[in-house]
Design a protein around this ligand. Structure first.
Ligand SMILES: [Zn+2]
Length: 149
């Protein structure tokens, strides 16, 4: 169970052809809320049929709403893997490219790991993993991977 007061409002999902692996990408997004305040907007990108790259959880962390701008938010990217049958998350270097209108800065792994932000990031990923019903299918996919390993 999530150890924080963060909750998740899944917003929507879409699918399109991945420009890297040419299979279908699923994208889920929503917001992470604490004390009725949006703490982050997240995007999960998942190419189910691809073994070329891992699902990625992109977190746009900071202030949202009126009188906020990209300068109030930074991007953290977390890769999802199944390790020994268990879901596992790893912070990677974020790429700002397509998020530039939404956030002004992308954090590298070294900007997050070993800093006070680290546990916050993992609490957020945890909240998404347990709170976004759109991601249910990723759970069952993980269970399948565990059986096959
Ligand atoms: Zn892909």
């Amino acid at each position: 169970m999530p150890a924080s007061d963060l909750s998740v409002n899944p917003t929507s999902q879409t699918s399109f052809e991945c420009s890297n692996c040419r299979t279908t990408t699923r994208r889920f997004w929503g917001e992470i809320v604490e004390n009725a305040q949006t703490q982050a907007v997240y995007y999960v990108t998942w190419c189910k049929q691809s073994s070329e790259h891992y699902p990625r959880f992109d977190l746009l962390i900071g202030s949202w709403g009126d009188n906020t701008s990209a300068d109030d938010r930074h991007l953290v990217a977390v890769e999802f893997r199944v390790v020994a049958g268990e879901p596992s998350f790893m912070v990677i270097d974020a790429q700002i490219d397509r998020y530039r209108p939404l956030a002004s800065m992308a954090l590298r792994r070294s900007d997050v790991i070993g800093t006070p932000d680290q546990s916050r990031v993992f609490d957020m990923v945890d909240a998404i993993w347990f709170g976004d019903w759109l991601i249910e299918e990723m759970h069952s996919d993980t269970a399948k991977a565990a059986r096959n390993s």
